[in-house]
Design a protein around this ligand. Structure first.
Ligand code: PGA
Length: 235
């Protein structure tokens, strides 16, 4: 178990969602400038939207370039319509505003062996994560073992419920997904986790201060040597 003092060195509390988004976006921008050919792993969901808006703005103004980088979606639904896919989400919220080449946009749904693909490109330099209310990271639902690599999952009831808002009017809410595993995530050279909103406080606290446990998949990141957690609430 990582001590409370040690984990708190890795946590930055900011005043609001705007500050959280700005800090996360600055970290990615710095990575792109220090290592233009970096490999980034990117999430979907509400949490990264503000960060992507800033990155889109800085891309349009020419302050950052993605030309040599590669982006790997963390996960995607298996059984959703194309317009609800995470491929479409990343395209709409971020990629379309950048100079990221199309053949540098990767998604596990379109790869036979995502971990091999990532390894062949030199491994992940930085992974941006949100956290689910049940402690999932990417779609690693509780319980997911530390030894997991990219795999298919059935979504938990809590995740399906949280996703319902994205599927208004749709008759079917996705039940299955493909996701990077915990080992895929831990192999990244840097991990940034963003947590916004009071409803994430309790699960984040449990993930950061308890023992590493498959029942809270986010708890596995606490021992990573290059972790940054950004939250817009006290924890
Ligand atoms: P959210 O989802 O950013 O929409 O809260 C986070 C997650 O489920 O990983």
């Amino acid at each position: 178990m990582t001590s409370r003092a040690k984990i708190h060195e890795k946590v930055v509390i900011v005043k609001d969602y705007e500050a959280l988004s700005r800090l996360a976006a600055s970290e990615i921008a710095e990575m792109l400038s220090e290592k233009p050919n970096c490999n980034l792993a990117l999430p979907t969901g509400n949490s990264p939207v503000g960060c992507y808006e800033l990155l889109a703005e800085w891309s349009k103004s020419g302050d950052i370039s993605w030309k040599e980088s590669r982006c790997f979606a963390l996960d995607d639904y298996i059984d959703s319509a194309e317009e609800h896919s995470f491929k479409a989400f990343l395209q709409t919220k971020l990629y379309q505003f950048t100079d990221l080449p199309e053949n540098s946009q990767f998604n596990p749904r379109f790869s036979d062996d995502y971990d091999d693909l990532i390894a062949k490109h030199g491994g992940l330099d930085c992974i941006l994560l949100g956290i689910g209310r049940n402690g999932h990271i990417a779609f690693n639902e509780p319980p997911t073992p530390r030894s997991s690599w990219t795999h298919c999952v059935w979504l938990s009831d809590s995740t399906k419920e949280a996703n319902r808002k994205y599927f208004e009017g749709a008759s079917v809410i996705p039940t299955r997904a493909i996701t990077m595993g915990i080992s895929t995530i831990l192999n990244s050279r840097r991990i940034i986790l963003i947590a916004s909103g009071k409803e994430k406080r309790s699960i984040l606290e449990r993930a950061l201060t308890g023992t590493e446990d498959a029942s809270i998949p986010a708890s596995f990141i606490t021992s990573h040597r290059n972790l940054l957690v950004i939250a817009d609430f006290d924890c």
